[in-house]
Ligand binder design. Structure first.
Ligand code: ARG
Length: 465
């Protein structure tokens, strides 16, 4: 395609090393869609006749069908999908195919394809994350009354409702969605018409192309248009943080499904067995999602590193933007597709959670708070309760097992009402602050998240792709 200036064919190793066809064939659909818009515009400005526009458009559609039917052969000598599509077009319609690339460079072409691709990927990831939120919300609604220890340092700390714990993840995924929707505005910008870097000498109607491809905006600097990969970095970064959240959830699923915790059981359909130990049921999916978080971080760091030393405008280094992007999309989409049904089918062992609360000291803060209400300064109350707990441990008792006389050894002000103050439901509902685990607060947040979810669904319904 560019042989004119050369007197020797490309070294075969160079051909193989510089080609991107093996992976950018994934952009074929975007490439053809962009070419169709370009051709329509060339017709409108009179660079192509209407007959030429019709022949080229039909030819492109024909190529599209052949690709979909697997009826094309990929030749690494083409270098990339852009060259392949043009070659297949020319095979189909003859030399007229050579007019397709008028007023265009592969630099703005590949940027356009990527914008179209990341736009779709963002919508897919948002949709799947919302589905996971929905599954978590349903579990939260079913487990408002399921109480378990909340942990800090992985030590039992204060009792909470399981719904409250799940809602923390719904909040995290809500921020992930908000980040992706925010960055969408910077994906939704059309670079076509920027040419190699300096636009074109034809009177291209860039607005028409942007409109046909449903872009909200277009780049106002041709150099930036072909040099910018910020939108890919932002998407990879949004996905990296999303994977962090998935990974933390998965870590908890692995812990909770262990015999030591036995708080949940994952459905058989989402677990695997051992080839040697017949009794094993392993939470492989959760472990793999946790593990695959690494490659998603890697893809982000790799692209940032590729970009950091590049002079403007296009440099071949930028071809390295694609494999990591595709890998991140596959990894995140794959994880989300499994996480939603895995969370929906998770069985919760409320009895074990409750037992864990009953057999611990997670109401110790409440004994201190009780003493504070009897006008003992908190610091002193803390000390009294610490000693009470120490006594309990020696006696192999929990706070609610102590007699009133035993309590009074530590603080004579303790009365019979202490038992009510330390009762589990009381302890949870006492934390009636905004965002806290009290029933009423949890119910408020469930409603809030539900309406946020329907806002996301509205966005998905109205987004132009
Ligand atoms: N295969 C290239 C890429 O993915 C397309 C752009 C090539 N442009 C060029 N001037 N060599 O980045």
């Amino acid at each position: 395609m560019w042989g004119g200036r050369f007197t020797q064919p490309t070294n075969k190793l160079v051909e193989a090393y510089t080609a991107s066809l093996a992976f950018d064939r994934r952009l074929a659909e975007e490439d053809i869609r962009g070419s169709l818009a370009h051709v329509h515009m060339l017709g409108k400005i009179g660079v192509l006749t209407q007959d030429e526009v019709t022949t080229i458009s039909d030819g492109l559609q024909n190529v599209q069908q052949k690709i979909a039917a697997g009826d094309v052969t990929y030749d690494v000598a083409d270098e990339d999908i852009h060259m392949s599509v043009e070659k297949w077009l020319t095979e189909a319609i003859g030399p007229l195919g050579g007019k397709l690339h008028t007023g265009r460079s592969r630099n703005d072409q590949v940027a356009l394809d990527l914008h179209l691709y990341v736009r779709r990927a963002t919508v897919d990831v948002v949709r799947l994350t919302a589905a996971l939120q929905e599954a978590l919300l349903a579990q939260a609604e079913a487990h408002v009354d399921t109480v378990l220890p909340g942990y800090t340092h992985l030590q039992r700390a204060q009792p909470i409702r399981f719904a409250h714990h799940l809602l923390a993840y719904v909040a995290m995924f809500g921020r992930d969605i908000a980040r992706l929707i925010d960055s969408y505005a910077r994906v939704d910008v059309c670079p076509l018409g920027a040419g190699a870097l300096a636009g074109a000498s034809f009177p291209l109607d860039r607005h028409m192309v942007a409109e046909e491809l449903a872009f909200a905006d277009l780049y106002d600097n041709s150099i930036d248009a072909v040099s910018d990969r910020d939108f890919v970095v932002e998407f990879l970064s949004g996905c990296a943080l999303l994977m962090t959240h998935l990974s933390r959830l998965c870590e908890e699923l692995v812990l909770w499904s262990s015999q030591e915790f036995a708080f949940i059981e994952l459905d058989d359909a989402f677990c695997t067995g051992s080839s040697i130990m017949p009794q094993k049921k392993n939470p492989d999916v959760a472990e793999l999602v946790r593990g695959k978080t690494g490659r998603v971080y890697g893809n982000l760091v790799a692209l940032l590193t590729v970009l950091k030393g590049l002079p403007l405008a296009y440099n071949k280094d930028m071809q390295e933007d694609k494999e990591g992007l595709f890998d991140t999309v596959d990894t995140v989409v794959g994880a989300l597709k499994l996480m939603a049904p895995m969370m929906a089918t998770m069985r919760v062992n409320g009895a074990n959670m409750r037992q864990a609360v009953e057999q611990d000291f997670s109401n110790a803060t409440d004994l201190a708070d009780y003493l504070v209400r009897k006008n003992i300064p908190f610091r002193q109350a803390h000390e009294i309760v610490g000693k009470t707990v120490l006594y309990c441990i020696a006696q192999q008792k929990f706070l609610l097992d102590l007699s009133l006389d035993e309590f009074r050894q530590f603080a004579p002000k303790i009365g019979n009402d202490v038992y009510e103050a330390l009762a589990i439901e009381r302890v949870v509902d006492a934390r009636d602050v905004y965002g806290g685990p009290a029933r009423e607060q949890v119910e408020i947040v469930i409603e809030k998240r539900k309406s946020a979810l329907s806002e996301t669904e509205q966005w998905l319904k109205h987004v132009n792709l």
